[in-house]
Design a binder for this molecule. Structure first.
Ligand code: SAJ
Length: 431
């Protein structure tokens, strides 16, 4: 432990970050800009070339500036050649852990990353898994490394689960100021990882076992998913009582012990739609609340569809003759990330029932060029993502470009329904 510990103090410890996505690339940048030599390992060759030319392949505030600094300093290099990550003191694994069709975990990306690391690592290396994983996975991966290397986990190498907790859109701030949990397969492993991340983490740090940190991460996202599901149920109720759920939520949240989340067209991204399934997957019993919350949130695009069809009915326009413009494809505002996006689920839900579906997203390639362009001759506009651009649109002006003035708000972007429009919104039972 002394060797790597000293290498952390004097920044001579060599590191490799495996997986240069939304978490891996910012993490590699932080370690490089904290003085470590970092090799970023990524199977996507085009991503490697882009990063080595100092340009990021993801949208995130500050990333271009900080990446350029890391690459120009010579401390961050990206590669697809596993030979380039041989013999490092520390390996940080940040690969995706998606679900299979049947909602069971797909750990194939993680296993292949762990095998790549096992073939490259040396005695005394520290291996950190940042990916969100089902409970007991880190211990399983430690045994996989033992089988491949013949080294003993906790004695010949260190292993930790250090879940990332950052919110896209605020990643670089949260990497520094969020508290951080280090779940070690041994206490020494957790200590070593804490020491390493202290290179840039200013938030509080906690040490525990790898299984506890795995469960903590999944509990955090499941907590949020269940609370959003409750808010979405309140939105359904608001339609029955003819009230504006957002007015009610604002008032309820004035209570000292109430913090109701925001209803909307659904829950997307790489985390919340998946992590509750990872949490309950190894468990024996059926955890109804967690499962039901997933069903409620996955059902929200259909409420938006109902509202759209209700509006079309009020103007006697059969859906099969309607041209619908969907504003936003990303899973949340000011992001380019469309993974598990409820906006895409909404498009899929109406696609076969209307004449034409058009999409516009300022952050997503392959959509229409502008709001004006996508609304030309359209019968309905549906706001499916809360991009900042959509918060200040001049709907009176835009209405003149549309064939029928129907506006459906799936993300509570519109506070006051615009004049001359048939307006409906998720949770707007008052409209
Ligand atoms: N959403 C709502 N209502 C809300 C909050 C969010 O409908 O009140 C929707 C969003 O529109 C989006 C989805 O939920 O579609 C998820 O968005 P998010 O902003 O809640 O979270 P993510 O997925 O961007 O990031 C979450 C964060 N987890 C928590 O806040 C507990 C982040 O801290 C995690 O690091 C991240 O998951 C992750 O990678 O696990």
């Amino acid at each position: 432990m002394e060797g790597i510990s000293k290498g952390i103090d004097d920044r001579t410890a060599e590191m490799a970050v495996v997986g240069l996505g939304y978490i891996g690339l910012p993490t590699a940048i932080m370690f490089a800009n904290s003085g470590f030599n970092v090799i970023g390992y990524e199977v996507r060759k085009e991503v490697v070339d882009r990063i080595n030319s100092g340009r990021a392949h993801i949208v995130e505030p500050e990333i271009d500036k900080l990446l350029k600094k890391a690459v120009e300093s010579g401390r961050l290099k990206a590669t697809s050649n596993p030979e380039d990550i041989r013999g490092k003191e520390a390996y940080i694994i940040c690969v995706q852990t998606p679900l299979n069709e049947d909602k069971t975990p797909n750990l194939s990306y993680l296993e292949s990353a762990v095998k790549t690391v096992a073939r490259a690592m040396k005695k005394g290396s520290l291996v950190v898994i940042e990916s969100t994983v089902p409970p007991l996975t880190t211990a399983k991966m430690a045994r996989l490394i033992e089988d491949i290397t013949g080294l003993k986990a906790g004695e010949d190498f260190y292993m930790v689960h250090a879940p990332e907790r950052v919110m896209p859109g605020r990643i670089f701030k949260e990497l520094v100021y969020n508290s951080r949990i280090f779940g070690g397969i041994t206490p020494e492993s957790a200590e070593l990882a804490e020491k390493l991340y202290r290179a840039f983490v200013k938030g509080q740090t906690f040490k525990t076992s790898s299984t506890v940190s795995e469960v903590v991460k999944l509990m955090e996202n499941t907590f949020r998913d269940v609370n959003i599901a409750l808010a979405n149920e309140f939105a359904h109720l608001a339609h029955q009582y003819g009230i504006n759920v957002f007015e009610a939520i604002d008032l309820a949240n004035t209570h000292p012990r109430v913090n109701i989340h925001t209803p909307g067209i659904g829950v997307g991204g790489h985390c919340l739609p998946k992590d509750p399934h990872l949490l309950v997957w190894p468990a024996k019993d059926d955890f109804g609340l967690i499962r039901l919350a997933r069903e409620i949130n996955d059902g929200m695009p259909l409420l938006a569809k109902d509202l759209l069809f209700e509006a079309l009915k009020t103007v006697n326009l059969p859906p099969e003759r309607a041209v619908v413009a969907v504003l936003g494809l990303a899973y949340k505002g000011d992001s380019d990330d469309t993974r598990n996006s409820p906006a895409k689920a909404f498009v899929e839900a109406i696609e076969g029932d209307v004449e034409e579906v058009r999409t516009y997203d300022p952050f997503v390639e392959g959509t229409h060029g502008s709001v004006e362009d996508v609304l030309k001759g359209a019968d309905a506009a549906v706001i499916a993502t809360d991009h900042s651009e959509f918060r200040s649109l001049n709907w009176e002006g835009l209405g003149s470009r549309m064939r029928t003035r129907i506006l459906i708000d799936g993300r509570h972007v519109i506070k006051e329904p615009p004049e001359g429009f048939i307006f409906k919104g998720i949770g707007r039972g008052d409209c």
